[in-house]
Design a binder for this molecule. Sequence first.
Ligand code: B4P
Length: 191
Amino acid sequence: MINIVLFGKPGAGKGTQADILKKHYELFHISTGDLFRYHIQGSTDLGILAKSYMDKGDLVPDKVTIDMLEETVTQNSNVKGFIFDGFPRTTGQAEALDAFLTNKSMSITATIALEANDKILTERLINRGKTSGRVDDQDENKIRNRFEEYNNKTAPLKSFYSTQGKFYSVNGIGSVEEITQRLTRLIDGFL
Ligand code: B4P
């Protein structure tokens, strides 16, 4: 089983690349952002709660995010592996994921960061905001807040996974195809 965490700032291309990699390696793709947006569309209690955080560019609290992730993994345990896209985003989530996977005799194979600078990321997000309808993509202040959330709460995971010898960095600037090539070259080494 191969389990990849795609890591990076908002707009780094996690969702874009996960969509391609899941087909290439026949992996099950879990995007916590997409799961929240699905709940928001259905106006579930979880969706209403998540929306109050996401619209401001804040992270959704760990407890609800972890429960949702664990439920999705449990419902899909007969797969070749997972791509975790946008999860974990805090040390609490990373610790919970390790404990949960260990319990299922599974583990993270690699955490791969897509690296790009804030200027490029902001341009990508504002661009997507023109068509996606996503409130969190349409306002530079909210985008700045998402970067701050990342710097304060998510960036520490680099050392969390480096300590485990599982952290890899990939240049996230270039065409989508170029970045996919960089990722597959790396992931092929884990097969
Ligand atoms: P997410 O849905 O995870 O989204 P993201 O960080 O905005 O984007 P991603 O990196 O996937 O970028 P994408 O490929 O789409 O998070 C949204 C919110 O949900 C968070 O702010 C938070 O509130 C909440 N949330 C999610 N998970 C959570 C968790 N674990 N804990 C707590 N809260 C959580 O690419 C962006 C754009 O760039 C697209 O338009 C794409 O077409 C474009 N693009 C991609 N690659 C490109 C390239 N190489 N060149 C040019 N453009 C490119």
